[in-house]
Design a protein around this ligand. Structure first.
Ligand code: PNS
Length: 165
């Protein structure tokens, strides 16, 4: 059957976003010009001991994506594919920074395809300046007061400072 090209394409960008980094933002900027609607979906209860509660992660994401009118921030729980189906999404967006990301991402993408073959995982590469950046390292460096400038948005830097002293 011929694809329905007239339909607008919703992509879901799922993740923990604990917290959002400039690498995530770089990917959002790239994806926002490709997809009609981009839903940045924060996974609830995925990591049992996050630094930021879901509501705070959402607030930070909303603040930093405010300028993109086709970007929305949402929260999901349970199976990603159930959520994606419910949102009428055709694409799951994931970023790949380095080869080391590939194996885990491949497993997830293949499993998700098995669950819902109609939804395609699309991988995008963040700018090379962010190829080594992760929320985990950001949190670790912030705890030592050693977070270099330019890796997270200003609002995240502020909240990290409040959180970890
Ligand atoms: O940013 P992260 O932590 O790598 O995000 C991983 C996430 C939350 C996207 C992934 O673990 C997920 O989709 N969790 C929801 C539960 C689910 O659908 N699991 C099956 C994956 S094949």
């Amino acid at each position: 059957m011929a694809p329905e090209n007239s339909k607008s394409v919703t992509a879901i960008y799922p993740g923990s976003f604990d917290p959002v980094t400039n690498g995530h933002l770089d990917l959002i900027a790239r994806a926002a010009v490709i997809f009609d609607r981009l839903v940045v979906a924060v996974a609830r209860n995925y990591d049992k001991s996050p630094l930021f509660p879901v509501q705070e992660r959402v607030e930070m994401l909303e603040a930093v994506t405010f300028d993109w009118k086709n970007v929305e921030v949402d929260v999901f729980e349970g199976l990603l594919m159930d959520y994606a189906r419910a949102r009428g999404a055709r694409v799951i967006l994931r970023g790949i920074r380095a080869v080391s990301d590939y194996e885990y991402e491949l497993q997830m993408a293949m499993m998700n395809r098995k669950i819902e073959p109609q939804i395609e995982t699309v991988f995008m590469l963040p700018g090379e300046a962010y190829s080594y950046l992760s929320s985990r390292l950001v949190k670790e460096l912030a705890q030592f007061g050693a977070l270099p400038k330019g890796l997270v948005p200003a609002i995240v830097e502020e909240r990290l400072r409040t959180k970890v002293g």
